[in-house]
Write a protein that binds this ligand. Structure first.
Ligand SMILES: [Zn+2]
Ligand SMILES: [Zn+2]
Ligand SMILES: [Zn+2]
Ligand SMILES: [Zn+2]
Length: 290
């Protein structure tokens, strides 16, 4: 890794074995504060209470004196995000990078086409799908090319399990997946993007299915962002069609993907809950500051 060894404008860099920045007791990356006993043995802040503040190496008390020197070394580390190759420019201190990488907006996405191993940023995957590799989609349903706010029909063979489409003005791929279970069919819509990507505006979707004069409609408060297609039945955000309304092996659903209506606080549907949650979190923060 690169480590900063001077505070001048252009710091000198060298090699540091990252193992020394992990707690020798629990082997987790150190976070500040770092403690030491009178003999200089180190322990992290979560190990100290577990050890009842007794150094496991020399039995002297530990957990009262901090090791400022080691804290400075930790603070001076500068590690590039593991998604640097996909465009992330963040430099992080050791231990921070794993937290960042969980929400990094450059986290790689996987091409949803079966047996394709292409990986890249969500836009790369979109371009890859659109232009380069899949010029001959296996079925016409894969040509689904739609824009936000307009309804479209998707006809799919339930056993195909997956239809891929493009939200072309957002340069995103979306998937419509079906899961045929003994008691009915689950249909869910997702988009291929990292979970917290701010580049992707929050989207919701509405899906409906009509058969024998019955219409089932599901309005999802969110379009789930997924990095790769999973073939496990979703736990939430799906439309369920009972077997009695499924005739034959294909389904035609009407779908509309649109911007999430987050500011309509008197809306009684899904988006309202999101607004409520946000307000709650903000209140909590204010209380915490006091
Ligand atoms: Zn520890
Ligand atoms: Zn000790
Ligand atoms: Zn990153
Ligand atoms: Zn591909």
């Amino acid at each position: 890794m690169e480590c900063v060894s001077s505070t001048e404008d252009k710091p000198r860099t060298g090699i540091l074995n990252l193992d020394v920045l992990s707690c020798p007791i629990c082997v987790e990356p150190f976070t500040i504060p770092i403690f030491q006993c009178d003999n200089g043995h180190l322990a992290c802040s979560s190990c100290c209470p577990k050890l009842r503040n007794k150094c496991p190496s020399c039995a002297l008390p530990v957990g009262h004196s901090r090791c400022r020197a080691m804290e400075t070394v930790l603070e001076s580390t500068s590690i590039p995000c593991q998604n640097a190759e996909f465009g992330c420019t963040q430099k992080l201190t050791y231990g921070e990078e794993s937290t960042h990488e969980k929400t990094c907006t450059f986290s790689p996405c996987y091409c949803p086409v079966k047996d394709c191993n292409y990986t890249g940023s969500c836009e790369d995957v979109y371009l890859h799908y659109k232009k380069l590799i899949h010029q001959k989609p296996q079925s016409t349903s894969q040509r689904c090319r739609v824009r936000c706010g307009s309804s479209f029909f998707v006809k799919m063979n339930i056993s195909d399990k997956l239809v891929i489409g493009t939200l072309y003005e957002k340069r995103l791929l979306f998937t419509v997946q079906s899961f045929w279970k003994p008691y009915g069919v689950y249909v869910t819509v997702s988009c291929i993007a990292p979970p917290s990507s701010p580049k992707v505006e929050k989207l919701s979707y509405c899906i409906s299915y009509t058969m024998d004069g019955h219409t089932i409609t599901y309005k999802s408060p969110e379009l789930k962002m997924i990095q790769r297609v999973s073939f496990h039945k979703p736990e939430e955000n799906y439309m369920w069609i009972p077997n009695s309304l499924v005739h034959g092996k294909s389904l035609e659903t009407r779908i509309c993907i649109k911007k999430r209506e987050k500011d309509k606080s008197n809306d009684t549907e899904g988006p309202h809950q999101f607004v409520q949650k946000k307000v709650f979190v903000q209140k909590k923060k204010v209380l915490f500051r006091k």
